[in-house]
Design a protein around this ligand. Structure first.
Ligand code: FES
Length: 161
């Protein structure tokens, strides 16, 4: 059943995701549905929104909460306009992500898990982004930025300000 919290275009996109799986396997579209709902809700999920997804996919709410809490790409609190997800896993570590982390902390005046006062940037520490051959890597709102250097980071941030 559709919930008035979500507009028709979000439901249409969820239907498309569900259609990729065999009939009765709509559970497989849970992650895609949550991504669509999170995008609609300016970057984070709420319990009523997750419940709406569960109701629509005919799942117990816990099945949706489990997916939302497992993946670091999902947020349960409001985030800044730009969510920076910096990988600190082994390849990125060996290629200097610590320097990039220190630079971002200083440049944005926040630490991992925090949002700047002006609500423009949220900084997250994430595990491998599957971009190890281009380490160090980060995502901003899901877009990849690879082979990072302090110079390239500064250029990227300057373009977002
Ligand atoms: S370790 Fe950073 S992208 Fe894989």
């Amino acid at each position: 059943m559709r919930n008035p919290l979500l507009p028709d275009d979000v439901y249409a996109a969820i239907d498309k995701a569900v259609a990729k799986y065999p009939v009765g396997q709509q559970r497989s579209a849970t992650k895609a549905a949550l991504m669509l709902v999170q995008r609609f809700n300016k970057g984070y999920l709420t319990t009523p929104l997750m419940d709406a997804v569960a109701e629509y996919l005919l799942l117990p709410p816990i099945a949706v909460y489990e997916v939302a809490s497992f993946y670091t790409l999902f947020e349960s609190e409001p985030v800044g306009v730009y969510k920076i997800s910096l990988c600190t896993n082994v390849s990125c570590y060996l290629r200097g992500c610590e320097d990039i982390k220190d630079y971002l902390f200083k440049r944005l005046q926040i630490k991992f898990g925090e949002t700047t006062e002006d609500k423009r940037f949220t900084l997250k520490e994430v595990e491998c982004l599957a971009a190890c051959t281009q380490a160090p890597a980060m995502q901003i709102n899901g877009d990849y930025h690879e082979n990072l250097t302090l110079e390239s980071i500064e250029k990227i941030l300057a373009e977002l300000e």
